[in-house]
Structures are given as C-alpha cells and as structure tokens.
Design a protein around this ligand. Structure first.
Ligand code: COA
Length: 265
C-alpha cells in the first residue's frame, strides 16, 4: 500500500509491518495537535493483517522531544490541552493486538517518551536520550508517564527520574530497563528491521494473548491474571497456529503462522 499523505507524520503499511514516523524534524518531532490527530487517523488505516507497528522519529536527532511547547504557551486550563486524543493514542498503542515498538533514534522526552512507554517494546540507538523533564516546565507528565514509568522501573526510580526531570542516556536507560535493547546508531535501521521481521513472524493469536496477559494482567489480582491466562491458553490450543506450530516441530521445518481473522475477547 502506498504511504498516506500527512503533514506531521508519515505512515507506511508494508504487508504485515506498519511504520508510523513523527515527521517534524525541525522541532525535534514535537507532538502538536495535528500530529496526534494524524497518528490516530493512521491507526484507523492499519490493515487487518498488521503484525507489528513501529513508531519512530524523522531525522537524525529525535524520536520526539515531547509536547509542542510553543503550542502549550497560551494554554492554562487542562481542558485547553487536547489530552483526550493524546491519551487515546497511547491507549491504542498499548492495547494493540500486535507488538508495538518504539524505535528511539535520539531524544525521546516528555510526551514523546510517554508514547514510547506505551509501546510494548523499545529499541534505542546508542545516541538516544530519554526522560520526563516536565517538572522543569512547572508541570508533570500528562499522558500516563507517572503510571507507566512506575510500573516499568518501580516507585523509587520513577520518583527520581520524574522529580529531577533527569535525561537518561542510552546505556543507563538499558540498565534501568527503560529500553529493551541499545544498538549502535550506525546499524540502527537494520537492527530495527531485523527485530520487526522476527515479530511479524510470530503466531498472531499467541502474540495477542501474551500482550493481553502481560499488559492487562499487571492491573489484575494474581488469581484474575491466571484466569485470564487460562482463557487465552484455551484459545491458543484451539487455534490453527497451534496446529501449525506443533506440525512444524514434528516435521522439523519452520512454522508458517497465519492467525485467525476473528478472536473472541
Ligand atoms: N516543543 C516545541 N519545540 C521544540 C521542542 C518541543 N518540545 N523541543 C525542541 N524544540 C525546537 C526548539 O525550540 C528548536 O527550535 P528552533 O530551531 O526554532 O529554535 C529546535 O526544536 C531544536 O531544538 P534545540 O533546543 O535547539 O536543540 P538542542 O539539541 O539544543 O536541545 C533538547 C535538544 C531536546 C534538549 C531541547 O530541545 C529540549 O529540552 N526540548 C524540550 C524538551 C521538553 O521539555 N519536553 C517536554 C515537553 S512537555
């Protein structure tokens, strides 16, 4: 499918792989209202057989350096701040039934890092810098940053990073578990491609099950989470992918997973 013509993002669907690029490199891909609206529109256009979505930033310097501060200047009421669409975008990223990957090639700050935190996985170049610097502007992260960061790195680290507005380099981000992988900037695109190739070949039903169990399970009691896991396990057992995976193992060949069109939720 050819890319759709947007002003603040680019969006490309290449078979099962979709790539959404924040494309305002002159302002380090700062997230203005138009960009958020376009990203939501791109979500509506994802093909039904999407198996992986990558978020990335245009240019050499940034994934996204946060909410557009110029746009924020005149806004003093939270109702002025269009956080409904921003929250909706993060929610769609986090609850997507296929893996969502933040490919962090530079600064991922504030609202940019919050969208990366909503992704299931994060791969960063060794030049990346991440953080939630909002307190420096007299505000706080407003799109799930406090909640998602605390769940990812624990309360003490989250308080440290958010209160001090610390900018964390790639190596430290990996040590803290803020990103899954750090790779050299020179080979970044190839490593992102290799990762997304692998993710696109996973069994779609089991992949969706794992995402649901791990992300939603975090907010359930252990008993509820195990019950949810059990239901998904039954669905996987009855799926064509399980037949294919088991047959491929026994026939000593690589499996070719296809998923199913409709999965009960
Ligand atoms: N909103 C709007 N514009 C932004 C922006 C943002 N969040 N972040 C960067 N820009 C703009 C700068 O104003 C500058 O524009 P100009 O060329 O017209 O002056 C351009 O992007 C380049 O940024 P600059 O600050 O010159 O680059 P740098 O390498 O010196 O610093 C950062 C990079 C990321 C450290 C710095 O831009 C920064 O601190 N940005 C704000 C981060 C932030 O607080 N985000 C949270 C927002 S809630």
């Amino acid at each position: 499918m050819p890319g759709v013509d947007y002003r603040c993002i680019s969006f490309v669907q290449d078979g099962p792989k979709a790539t959404l690029t924040f494309a305002r490199p002159d302002v380090l891909n700062a997230l203005n209202r138009q960009l958020i609206d376009e990203a939501l529109d791109a979500f509506d256009r994802l093909s039904a057989d999407t198996r992986v979505l990558v978020l990335r930033g245009a240019g050499e310097k940034a994934f996204a350096a946060g909410a557009d501060i110029a746009e924020m200047r005149e806004r003093t009421l939270w109702t002025d701040l269009d956080f409904g669409p921003r929250r909706e975008l993060a929610r769609r990223i986090e609850s997507a039934p296929f893996p969502t990957v933040a490919a962090i090639n530079g600064f991922a700050l504030g609202g940019g890092f919050e969208l990366a935190l909503a992704c299931h996985l994060r791969i960063a170049s060794d030049t990346a810098k991440v953080g939630l610097p909002e307190t420096r502007l007299g505000i706080i992260p407003g799109n799930g940053g406090t909640a998602r960061l605390a769940r990812l790195v624990g309360r003490a680290r989250a308080l440290q990073l958010i209160l001090l507005g610390e900018q964390v380099d790639a190596a430290q981000a990996e040590r803290l578990g803020l990103v899954n992988w750090v790779v050299p900037a020179a080979g970044f695109d190839q490593r992102v491609d290799a990762l997304t190739d692998r993710l696109a070949q996973l069994p779609p039903v089991a992949t969706r099950a794992v995402i649901d169990c791990v992300t939603r399970g975090e907010d359930m009691t252990v008993d509820q989470a195990i019950e949810n896991e059990h239901r998904w396990f039954q669905i996987c057992l009855a799926s064509p992918d399980k037949q294919e995976g088991v047959a491929a193992f026994l026939e000593k060949r690589r499996p070719k997973f296809t998923g199913v069109q409709a999965i009960p939720t």
